[in-house]
Design a protein around this ligand. Structure first.
Ligand code: PLP
Length: 296
């Protein structure tokens, strides 16, 4: 059995009051025993941020983009700046212990801490990834759902934290349950005024001819690390790439569509609202081979 690993950071932020300047950056904990205070705001309010990093044979993938996004999400929540050196060291240490596992992941969680204590909490959990081979090959069916915000929500209502990877994912989980009720596997969100956004845990990428396109992050979606690496791969193959503001028509015009994310990597979309879409099996296989094989 591959290990399931849990590390609790000693001082997840350098601003942490009483943070020891020296000493171990993290302590290992027993994943089957509680380590959290019941009053931690991450639990009681979903007040915190997280990242999920793929690990391939012991090597964390896209670590710096993930850490950068952790810091950006924390800044959007006005949390203390995370100590990225401490987070990196912890992730690398756990990844190293998973070197015999072809595909694993690390989940980094950074919360505002126990109510009233002014001291953030941080931990990293890592284990083997589920087997996504069938999904990567056969694809997923998606249901298009309204996210309920207009395309310009980032500027009109920044307190809604669109574009931050917060712990408040109950809505995303509810959307996936709705998709299941409608006979799909996953969700594609659109803005209330009809622009394509992202999935609840993934970015949308469309291929038309020799161009890969993804919705622009100005729409309040997450800047995807997998999507960014997929674009680099596509450019190395001579394709062009672009970030655009797209309406639903783009789904009909596309030759192929994917939801891209860490761990699952490229999931080809084989149906949208029950309407079959063609899957570019060869490009998908090459893209997934590239994504699985990434090394920091
Ligand atoms: N969009 C959302 C809302 C997500 O939660 C995620 C990842 O969990 C992504 C996009 C994809 O991001 P990444 O490729 O960096 O995993």
């Amino acid at each position: 059995m591959p290990p399931r690993l849990l590390a609790v950071l000693t001082a997840p932020s350098r601003d942490t009051p009483g943070a020891a300047p020296t000493g171990p950056v993290f302590r290992m904990a027993d994943v089957d025993h509680p380590v959290l205070n019941a009053l931690d705001l991450g639990v009681t309010r979903g007040d915190g941020v997280f990242e999920t990093i793929s690990i391939g044979s012991g090597r964390a993938q896209a670590t710096e983009p993930h850490l950068g996004r952790l810091a950006r999400s924390a800044a959007m929540l006005e949390m203390p700046e995370p100590d990225l050196d401490a987070w990196r060291e912890t992730v690398y240490a756990l990844a190293e212990q998973l070197r015999d596992v072809p595909e694993a992941f690390a989940k980094l969680v950074y919360t505002r801490g126990v109510e009233g204590q002014d001291r953030p909490t941080g931990w990293v959990f890592a284990e083997a990834s589920p087997d996504h081979a069938a999904t990567r090959r056969d694809g997923i069916r998606v249901t298009v759902l309204d996210r309920g915000y207009a395309h310009d929500v980032v500027s009109t209502a920044p307190w809604l934290l669109q574009g931050a990877k917060t712990l408040s994912y109950a809505v995303n989980r509810a959307a996936v349950r709705e998709a299941h009720r409608r006979g799909s596997d996953d969700v594609l969100f659109v803005s209330s005024d009809g622009f394509l956004l992202e999935g609840p845990t993934a970015n949308l990428v469309l291929k038309r001819g020799d161009r890969l396109t993804t919705p622009a992050t100005s729409l309040g979606i997450l800047a995807g690390t997998t999507q960014a690496d997929a674009f680099s791969f596509a450019r190395s193959r001579g394709l062009t790439t672009s970030y655009e503001v797209l309406t639903r028509d783009a789904l009909e015009d596309a030759d192929a569509l994917w939801l891209l994310s860490s761990v699952r990597h490229a999931a080809p979309i084989r149906a949208v609202d029950g309407v079959p879409k063609s899957v570019d099996a060869a490009f998908t296989a090459d893209l997934n081979a590239f994504l699985v094989g990434r090394r920091d």
